[in-house]
Every structure is written in C-alpha cells, then in structure tokens.
Design a protein. Structure first.
Length: 129
C-alpha cells in the first residue's frame, strides 16, 4: 500500500471515528438545565421541584420532578421524568402526598411512586389533564 493511500485511510478514520468522540463533550455545552418550579410542603420541611433540561433544536425538552428537604437540590433520583410536557404542576395535598399534574399527551416515565425524605415516605400521585 502506498503512502498517500494509507494517509487517506488514516484521515478518513480520524474524521469518522475519532473526531466525533472528541466533540461529544462539546455537545453538552448547549444543554440548558434550570429549575422552573418549586413548591414547599404544608409542614414546611420538604420541597417538590421541577427541573427542565433543554438540549436545543435536536433534543427533546425533558422535565424531571424531585422531592427533597426544604431548599435542597439533590438531583440524583427523580420521582418522575416527562418528555414533551408543557407544564408539570406539583401540588402538595398533605405533608406526605404530592400530586403531579401533567399533559395527557406527554411521554411519561415514572421512576417511583414514593420516595423517602428525612425518614418520611412521600407518595407521588400523577393526574393527567
């Protein structure tokens, strides 16, 4: 194999395989994550909050719901992940029951129907409108 052919193969390999791998971290530069809604429980000890992740023109808007201690920001374990939802409305019915109202046409992935905050079990109820 001559030198120019080998050079062409190596350049082609770099463009097709290696170069995209180097760009993957740069794609996350365009991801916007923001808290859009936070509601405190009636006893004032817990928060239910909605975090919106927008990956731009090529991604789907995803909203995640978390339950944590008051003013907490633990985003490691969402209770609900929803795509294509316009608005998620958390509403505390009691200190241990939070209702999540979402659009009927949203893509819903329920992570778990309850979670534990400071040793207390908090149940999540989903309603569609």
């Amino acid at each position: 194999m001559d030198k120019s052919k080998l050079t062409g193969i190596l350049i082609g390999f770099a463009l097709c395989c290696v170069f995209p791998l180097l760009l993957l971290p740069a794609i996350d530069l365009f991801v916007q994550v923001r808290e859009v809604r936070r509601v405190t429980s009636p006893d004032g000890l817990k928060d239910a909050y909605v975090v919106e992740t927008d990956r731009g023109a090529v991604g789907v808007l995803v909203q995640s719901v978390y339950v944590s201690t008051r003013d907490g920001d633990d985003r490691s374990n969402p209770v609900l992940v929803v795509s294509r939802a316009k608005v998620i409305r958390p509403k505390w019915l009691t200190s241990n029951l939070v209702e999540l109202t979402i659009d009927a046409d949203a893509g819903v992935r329920l992570r778990k129907s309850s979670t534990t905050v400071n040793g207390e079990t908090v149940t999540c109820r989903i309603t569609f409108r």
